[in-house]
Design a protein around this ligand. Structure first.
Ligand code: DGL
Length: 271
């Protein structure tokens, strides 16, 4: 049993997809969320920069006394070296392996699509994870670099013209490949899941990488004996590296509760 908070981080709003699921799965746990809104998006940056940002995010949460870290960011999960994460003093859980496993369980025709940031697609993390689970799968991966800036700017509605136009453009190769399972391999994308589902049409299962990460984290906490006894009353504090207004506005809509009082802007040491 351990009463310290769980740390969760992402480049911005995306990790809220994990927060939503954690609040459902572990309602007694306190969460400490960091959204690096001053430096989002991560997914179009170089590997070295993503590693530096990811390490700073981890260290920031460790300095605040978290008992485990959920990296609710596919880009960082795909990039941070395994020897770094394995050497951390608390359990560290990424979102890629759990999402790949969920997709393998869901597919019937063996054709799986992955949409993600440019850095995640370039890393090959999903192709490797899926191949390790089942070498006979046909995997189609597509980078969707404009989704994150659009979502961070608050365009998340099902019929928002900019979202539907991007969905049409980005999802065409996945439809052509006949995938029956589509991994939303960026935690921001579940915020526009309705528009993505509309474009893909019926019969395609969407895998929410934020929610899968939350499930994997619960498993890790259980395994390490780190869950707290309390069954309700968990609180979430949100830290952001830039003004929290847009974060609070879109986040409140997505989580269905007012976040304004729980969002704390603060300044990171280095740009
Ligand atoms: N939500 C993150 C991910 O899962 C990061 C997106 C970005 O900052 O580009 O990849």
């Amino acid at each position: 049993m351990d009463n310290r908070p769980i740390g969760v981080f992402d480049s911005g709003l995306g990790g809220l997809t994990s927060v939503r699921e954690l609040a459902r799965l572990l309602p007694g746990e306190d969460l400490l969320y960091f959204g690096d809104t001053a430096r989002t998006p991560y997914g179009s940056r170089s590997r070295d920069t993503i590693i530096r940002y990811g390490r700073e995010d981890v260290e920031l949460l460790l300095a605040r006394g978290v008992k485990a870290i959920l990296c609710a960011c596919n880009t960082v999960s795909s990039t941070l070296p395994a020897d770094y994460t394995a050497g951390l003093p608390v359990p560290f859980v990424g979102v890629v392996d759990a999402s790949a496993a969920a997709a393998v369980r869901a597919t019937k025709n063996g054709r799986i699509g992955v949409i993600a940031t440019a850095a995640t697609v370039k890393s090959g993390s999903y192709t490797r994870a899926l191949d390790a689970l089942d070498g006979s799968l046909a995997v189609t991966a597509k980078a969707c670099p404009l989704f994150v800036p659009v979502i961070e700017n608050g365009y998340v509605g099902r019929e928002e013209p900019i979202v539907t136009a991007l969905a049409r453009e980005y999802l065409a190769p996945l439809k052509e490949a006949g995938v029956d399972t589509l991994i939303l391999g960026c935690t921001h994308y579940p915020l526009i899941a309705e528009a993505i589902a509309d474009e893909m049409g019926p019969g395609v299962t969407l895998i929410d990488s934020g929610a899968q990460g939350a499930l994997a984290l619960r498993g890790a906490l259980e395994g390490a004996g780190l869950l707290r006894a309390r069954r309700s009353g968990g609180e979430v504090q949100f830290y952001v590296s830039d003004s929290g207004e847009n974060f609070a506005e879109v986040g409140s809509l997505f989580l269905g509760k007012d976040l304004a009082g729980a969002v704390h802007p603060f300044t990171l040491a280095a740009p």
